[in-house]
Design a protein around this ligand. Structure first.
Ligand SMILES: Nc1nc2c(c(=O)[nH]1)N[C@H]1C(S)=C(S)[C@@H](COP(=O)(O)O)O[C@H]1N2
Ligand SMILES: [Mo]
Length: 545
């Protein structure tokens, strides 16, 4: 690759970086959710085939989001560099890259669930800046395009500087055209090196400044939101949780900081609790609108509930237990008056997620709630502040909408929620599951007595037995520790006299309905994984058994 090609690629990158910086700054200042990078990322998330999403979550876990944004940045950089090179051959080609990016940004912004027409503006502005820079940034070894007389004013002054250097024409002598510019004579084949460097530096500085401005604005928003969350005072529950039973092991409740997070939001929604409203509408006699204070007035319940994700693989980490505080959902639905024929409540979140839950489930007496508190504090932003839904016994995607602002009473026939549209099951009761947490897979253990321990869950049916099998031998009963309710996981342990050598350990649970966890291995799609969690360990010492 020649230096000229490299310089052209660099020009393309610089123009694109400046365009993106302008678009991000513009959006952050007036409408953060229209910021193009995140909008494009969101469109990729929503548009990606289920199998790809599954693979991404499985492979990258919670790093899937930064990686997605990194991938988008990489694709953008590639396109920008190619555009720079193409523009050097034919200036008109310089419009191609910005046009593609502009269209992608606009399309993504306008197809977000809560889009408004103005959301197109940041991407348009960014594309215009990138196109203008590609045209007017003088490239080394190439005559800069003349500044057309009717050109839009250009804020960084590169247009004027470029035309100041003047086109000299290939092979033309350094004559009057070149000497008119403040930079002195340009070489016969293009603008001076000084001019090129100066303009590039100017644009780079502007880009960095815009980036810094964006970061500063975002920090202010985050700080504002944190302050607003800190003003929240949660009332004592009208119906407190049972005291944690004596004899539970550490980890019975998952520390909030370790609680798994699964959602499609590329930036964490930070809702203003004072502006928050919940609308209950659709097939109801009396639509209801509630403020946060109204919700707190409804007599809160507090419960230890285990939440798990349908995407959790056998033995996986997407399950946790917290002490939740919230307004019971059934009385709210009864107040609204559900009309005959309705069988689904669709919860909608601020950023456009939809989660559908069977009305029969919500009204069957379980502690479905609109949660406002998690382990004694307002919900963290990542877990749905200020209000999320929780339905004990259902996977999160079917009953636990975070950042919820709307409950629409409807039918399953009339509406498919977000994940249902992507092939996941409409109704999603949690499957009975058990997991070995100790020892760790592939652990090397001293010979003697080893405590095998873990958790088992079958929310709302409860767990009545856990069994362990060593090396495929007979199932032997594990000890169950006390738990809070059938909605809460059960800790178990099993004392194992471990002979030396390699061993496999396998666990299965029986739920409150008497069903034994099936052995057949199935992936999470479309309604939850099945199979027995199995690990391999090596016991040291002595002769192999
Ligand atoms: N608004 C919104 N709510 C959501 C989701 C989401 O993507 N957006 N994901 C759901 C899924 S799949 C799960 S498993 C739970 C996870 O809740 P947590 O992140 O608090 O553990 O939230 C549910 N609620
Ligand atoms: Mo989930």
């Amino acid at each position: 690759m020649t230096r000229r090609t490299l310089a052209a690629a660099g020009t393309g990158l610089l123009a694109a970086a400046a365009g993106v910086a302008v678009a991000e700054l513009f959006a952050t200042a007036v409408r953060p959710r229209a910021a193009p990078l995140v909008a494009v990322g969101g469109a990729v998330v929503d548009g990606a085939p289920t199998a790809v999403k599954e693979w991404a979550v499985r492979t990258f876990g919670t790093y899937d989001k930064p990686l997605l944004l990194g991938g988008i940045a990489l694709a953008l950089a590639l396109l920008a560099a190619l555009t720079g090179i193409a523009a050097r051959r034919r200036p008109a080609l310089g419009l191609l890259g910005p046009a593609v990016l502009g269209v992608a940004g606009v399309a993504a912004a306008l197809t977000r669930p809560d889009a408004r027409p103005v959301d197109a503006l940041p991407a348009l502005a960014g594309a215009a800046v990138a196109a203008a820079l590609l045209r007017w940034l003088p490239l080394p070894g190439l005559p800069a395009a003349p500044n057309p007389p009717d050109a839009a004013p250009d804020p960084v002054g590169v247009g004027r500087a470029a035309s100041g250097a003047g086109p000299t024409g290939p092979g033309g002598p350094a004559g009057p055209a070149g000497s008119g510019g403040p930079e002195g004579a340009a070489p016969a084949n293009g603008p001076t090196r000084r001019l090129v460097v100066r303009n590039a530096a100017l644009v780079a500085a502007g880009t960095v400044l815009a980036g810094a401005g964006t970061a500063a604005l975002r920090r202010l928003d985050v700080a504002d939101a944190a302050r607003s969350r800190e003003t929240v005072r949660l009332p004592a529950p009208a119906s407190p949780a049972r005291p944690t039973p004596a004899g539970v092991a550490p980890g019975f409740r998952t520390p909030t900081a370790d609680f798994y997070r699964v959602d499609t939001a590329l930036t964490v929604p930070r809702l203003d609790v004072d502006a928050w409203r919940l609308r209950v509408h659709g097939m109801v006699e009396r639509p209801i609108e509630l403020s946060f204070a109204d919700l707190l007035d409804r007599g809160l319940i507090e419960r230890d509930i285990t939440l798990s994700c349908v995407s959790n693989e056998v033995g996986g980490p997407y399950v946790g237990t917290a002490r939740w505080l919230g307004a019971p959902l059934a009385p709210l639905l009864r107040d609204a008056g559900i009309r005959g024929g309705a069988d689904q409540v669709v919860a909608r979140s601020d950023e456009g997620m939809t989660i559908g839950t069977p009305i029969a489930t919500l009204l069957d007496g379980r502690d479905a709630m609109l949660a406002v508190g998690m382990d004694g504090a307002p919900l963290p932003f990542t877990h749905g502040f200020p209000v999320r839904m929780l339905t004990p016994g259902l996977y999160g995607y079917a009953g636990a909408c975070k950042w919820v602002t709307e409950l629409e009473v409807t039918t399953f026939d009339a509406f498919d929620a977000y994940w249902v549209r992507r092939g996941w099951a409409r109704e999603a009761p949690v499957k009975t599951a058990s997991r070995i947490d100790r020892p760790a897979p592939f652990a090397r253990l001293p010979a003697g007595e080893v405590t095998v321990a873990g958790v088992a869950w079958a929310q709302h049916r409860g767990i009545t037995a856990v069994e362990v099998s060593v090396d495929g031998g007979p199932w032997r009963a594990a000890e169950l520790l006390p738990t809070a309710s059938t909605d809460t996981w059960v800790q178990w342990r099993f004392a194992w006299r471990a002979p030396a050598g390699p061993h496999s350990l396998k666990v299965r649970a029986t739920d409150g309905a008497g069903a034994v966890q099936p052995e057949q291995r199935r992936p999470p799609f479309p309604d939850g994984a099945t199979g027995h969690h199995t690990i391999t360990v090596t016991v040291k010492g002595g002769a192999p058994s």
